[in-house]
Design a protein around this ligand. Sequence first.
Ligand code: GN1
Ligand code: MG
Length: 346
Amino acid sequence: MEKQKLKNIYQNFTADGEFKDFQTLVSGHINDTYLIETDLKSYVLQKLNHLVFPNIPELMNNKVAVSQHLAHKCDFHQTLLRFYPTLDNQYYYQDEEDFYWNMMDFIPDSKVLEKTENKEQAAEAGYAFGAFIRALDDFDASDLYEIIPDFHKMSFRYQQFDEALEGAEAQRKLIAAEWIQQVLNSREEMQMLEKLHEQGEIPLRVTHNDTKLSNILFDMDNKALSVIDWDTLMPGIVHYDFGDSVRTICSNSTEDETDLSQVSFNTEFYQSYSEAFVKELNGILTDKEIELLDLAPPTITFIMGLRFLTDYLNGDKYYKIKYPNHNLDRAANQLTLVKRMKESFC
Ligand code: GN1
Ligand code: MG
């Protein structure tokens, strides 16, 4: 991305400071994110992927509404994401190539963790994601636009997988055969949470839907500062957020680890994480929600494996990849982690 282009985009937002320089931030598989340095302060400017997020105006409405809601919560102590409007008073800017941008404050003196290093960090993460859900307990979930319908719905993800399998190149199917078989064998079992949800046993809440470890900013003393990446804020069940957070926080390797013998589940981190999460949500979660928590990590980790595998079979159209079999490697990693989780839970 050239400097002049970013400067032009930055100048369409109503922020203070003269543009000086930028850095590309490595963040996620979907959007392009830049740090903008000005003479006064720094901002995060982000190009949103409109193929993944088809309704950017609604996505921004969700994020701004949540930011405003959280700003009024006296007992919510995280640093809030604050979004900037454009000169046209909208929270997104559409450039000449029809790409959409949004901008927020950069949160200084913060870091992201690639992997959890100790159980104190795991607990800190549990408090952070728990507090985020607690603070949104009185936000009416039906006021949020469903940005990606059926995002964590297993039967929908299986349907996408079935279609991908049907259209996949023979060579890809051959290379991925072991993982395809595992997915085909797990269809019934993996839809348990969805069935319970459909039976009305689990309440609908406002959920973050992308609760990976790297979506928490920590300060230099390893205290959680802020939950970030609000693109997928939607109505959902607590199990989505709990399961997705355990997937990265309680894994001994990253999602990109290709040596599968290194992929294992950290039960000590799981205990610290889940205790903190449940404690933070004391009085909010129902007994049924708590009872079903253990079902969530293998289910949500499986869904990620399924989605990576589907994208591999589709020819890598959804997630950014760094090398040809990247999505397949991620799928193998996640499906292996599911096995390790199930061994631990039994
Ligand atoms: C994507 O782009 P990023 O890393 O924030 C994906 C999540 C996956 C994640 C896997 C909108 O999130 O669902 O869990 O990759 N986001 C979307 O790391 O599909
Ligand atoms: Mg995300």
